[in-house]
Write a protein that binds this ligand. Structure first.
Ligand SMILES: [Zn+2]
Length: 201
């Protein structure tokens, strides 16, 4: 069932986030680390839809820190502390799993995240199969730009030397748009369902 898989994905991502926190939190100046909230599966045998999930309700502005297609420009992702730490978390997981696993769809309120996704190779990684396509990993690799938190953790840049040189020259005169006017908030109710790769397909 998709519900069971969703729980499994979120709780697996939560475990990676805990490992990330354990490494990042002691670093001087790193500060608060994003947390993926737990999600619980409940079984109601008398109900038509026997499986349901229960999780803490997040109150506040719901923000998508990473987007599923990796192409949409999300300024909160890039500019906010939580957004940057989410990107660093993605990079950290990517590096720890040797590029085999990526936590995607990082979204939530402040440092509390929910409804995340995981991309792996079709065969999975260490017995775990993600619910998002491997192409997410390739997109992440192509689009991720390291930030100060990546540097604090000593993560290796995903760019090749050649790309880095090209970027250095082309970025020189670029004016970044004012993010405060284009911040995009997505209320929880209006979110689109994730493209799940379920066994029913
Ligand atoms: Zn990075």
């Amino acid at each position: 069932s998709v519900v069971i898989q969703e729980c499994h994905v979120q709780n697996t991502a939560r475990e990676y986030a805990k490992l990330y926190a354990a490494e990042a939190e002691p670093l001087e100046g790193f500060g608060e680390v994003p947390e993926i909230i737990p999600i619980f599966l409940i079984h109601r045998p008398a109900n038509n839809i026997p499986y349901a999930t229960v999780e803490e309700e997040l109150v506040g502005e719901f923000v998508k820190y990473s987007v599923k297609d990796g192409k949409e420009v999300n300024f909160l992702r890039r500019d906010s502390e939580a957004g940057q730490k989410c990107c660093t978390f993605q990079h950290w997981v990517y590096e720890k799993t040797n590029g085999n696993l990526l936590v995607t769809d990082l979204q939530g309120v402040g440092m509390k995240l929910t409804d995340v996704g995981i991309a792996t190779l079709a065969k999975g990684y260490k017995g775990f199969k993600g619910n998002c396509s491997f192409s997410f990993i390739e997109q992440f690799k192509a689009l991720h730009q390291c930030n100060e938190y990546c540097e604090m953790l000593g993560l290796k840049s995903l760019r090749t030397t050649h790309q880095k040189q090209r970027k250095a020259t082309s970025m020189k005169c670029k004016n970044l748009p004012n993010s405060s006017t284009v911040k995009k908030m997505v209320p929880k109710k209006a979110r689109e369902p994730r493209d799940l790769i379920s066994s029913e397909h």
